[in-house]
Design a protein around this ligand. Structure first.
Ligand code: FES
Length: 172
């Protein structure tokens, strides 16, 4: 009985050692797996280009007969207003406030005591008329005006090419 018990206990001890060994091996394999996966993740992140895609400076709108006179199209990606005047001509203005760069809003019905359309900045209250001229600060200067050209019945707006007040209007 004692031998049996003793041998039984020995057997049980050796089984425990095997189980502990298996446990330690699987623990080691798991830890190795985690380290390898982490290494793969870091390598993948290292090899992935860490660049911001640049927003295209040139964009198209049209065909022009689909744009109603006396209307404004806001292009959120380029933060640009494209305006069609009552008489049919076009111009494009930057919607970026010249104070600290907030995106301005076009208000058809006017604002702050102005009954005509205005462009207002929600950040610190600057106000511009519909041609981008400052009506109320703190904006230090007019909104940028961009070159607008006609190409195959579409407008091509180049936000990389600022123009003067004299060059801003495209007559069609
Ligand atoms: S950013 Fe427009 S008023 Fe300050």
């Amino acid at each position: 009985m004692m031998e049996k018990n003793n041998s039984g206990m020995k057997k049980s001890n050796s089984e425990n050692k095997i189980n502990r060994r298996k446990f330690l091996i699987s623990l080691g394999n798991t830890a190795t797996g985690i380290v390898v996966l982490g290494g793969i993740g870091v390598t993948f992140e290292y090899l992935t280009p860490n660049v911001l895609l640049e927003i295209p400076k040139v964009f198209k709108i049209g065909p022009i007969n689909s744009i109603q006179p006396n209307s404004v199209i806001f292009e959120p990606e380029q933060r640009t207003f494209v305006v069609r005047e009552e008489q049919g001509s076009f111009y494009a203005l930057s919607a970026v406030c010249t104070h600290l760069g907030c995106t301005t809003k076009w208000n058809d019905i006017g604002a702050a005591g102005n009954s005509a359309a205005v462009i207002s900045c929600p950040c610190h209250g600057s106000l511009f008329n519909k041609y981008g001229e400052v009506l109320q600060g703190p904006a230090p200067r007019t909104l940028d005006k961009y070159r607008v050209q006609l190409e195959d019945d579409k407008l091509v707006i180049n936000t990389g090419e600022k123009v003067s007040e004299d060059e801003m209007i495209l007559k069609v």
